[in-house]
Structures are given as C-alpha cells and as structure tokens.
Design a protein around this ligand. Structure first.
Ligand code: FES
Length: 158
C-alpha cells in the first residue's frame, strides 16, 4: 500500500491525459510534475504509486525522476533558490552571489534552512544566459541578479 496518492485535481488531470496519450509511459513526466506540485518533492512512496498507475516498475520511475535535475527527490524548503553555476553566470558574478547566499542563509548548496524556509541549489544553465547571473526562485526567474536585488526579494518573502 502506498502512502501517496494523487489529490482529486491531479487524479482528474491524470485521467484526462490518459485519454490523450496512447502509451502510458508518456504520462511519466507530467505525472512527476503533478506529484512535485502536490507534495513539493517526489518520495519513494510516490514513485511506487506512479509505477503502479503506469504499469511499470518503481526503478524505471526513479531512473527517469533522477535524470532530471528539476525534480526534487528529497523534501525542500518553501522557497527553492536555484542559482545557475554555468559559464555566462559564472563570468557575471554567480560565485559572489553563491558565497553571499551561503552566508546570508547559513546553509550550503544542497541544504535546507532549519526553519524549512529556504533550500539552496546550484544548477546548470537555466537558459537565460543573456541576463546572467540568473536564479530560479520556485517558478520565477530573477535575472541580472545583484546582491541588492536579491536582498530585497528574499527579505520580502514570508
Ligand atoms: S549560464 Fe546561467 S543561464 Fe545560462
């Protein structure tokens, strides 16, 4: 018995997708997104649940979920700060931003603050190199990041 199941809204979305895709395997990525939006992360239990729904194995789901860095395989903070560490961002000061965030939040990349508010991650190119350095804060991009801009945004978060 899995400890996870889709909420009503996601179950309806899943059923609607099922009508549209001839192959259940195609539902894997959208389903992983639904799990992540529902729970904030994708647990082993959720993978077992999804494997049953898609007639596949939990191992198969895990290999897909772990391939994509946008899926969180452990619980994360309310605010997920993903700082791009790739070349354009690096050349435009992402390392200073990283060091500043480590100091300000008191956590290292890959960690979550004790109050559960912030998770800091370093990620590969976010596809917005022209506005480097870039941070993805939950679903939003912060572009041309400066320490001042970041302070203002982070200090305004509840
Ligand atoms: S290098 Fe940072 S967004 Fe592309």
């Amino acid at each position: 018995m899995s400890g996870f199941s889709f909420n009503k809204e996601n179950e309806e979305k899943f059923q609607a997708l099922l009508q549209r895709y001839p192959n259940k395997a195609s539902l894997c990525l959208p389903s992983l997104w639904m799990i992540q939006y529902q729970e904030g992360w994708i647990s082993q239990e959720a993978m077992v649940y999804l494997a049953q729904k898609l007639d596949t194995t939990p191992m198969e789901i895990q290999s897909i979920a772990s391939f994509y860095t946008m899926f969180n395989l452990k619980p994360i903070g309310k605010y997920h700060i993903q700082l791009c560490k790739t070349l354009s961002c690096m050349l435009n000061g992402s390392e200073n931003i990283r060091d500043y965030l480590i100091k300000k939040l008191g956590i290292k990349p890959g960690e979550t603050s004790k109050d559960g508010k912030f998770t800091l991650s370093l990620v590969e190119c976010l596809g917005s190199c022209g506005t480097a350095p870039v941070i993805q804060l939950n679903d939003d991009y912060i572009q041309n990041v400066t320490i001042e801009k970041l302070d203002e945004i982070l200090d305004g978060l509840k």
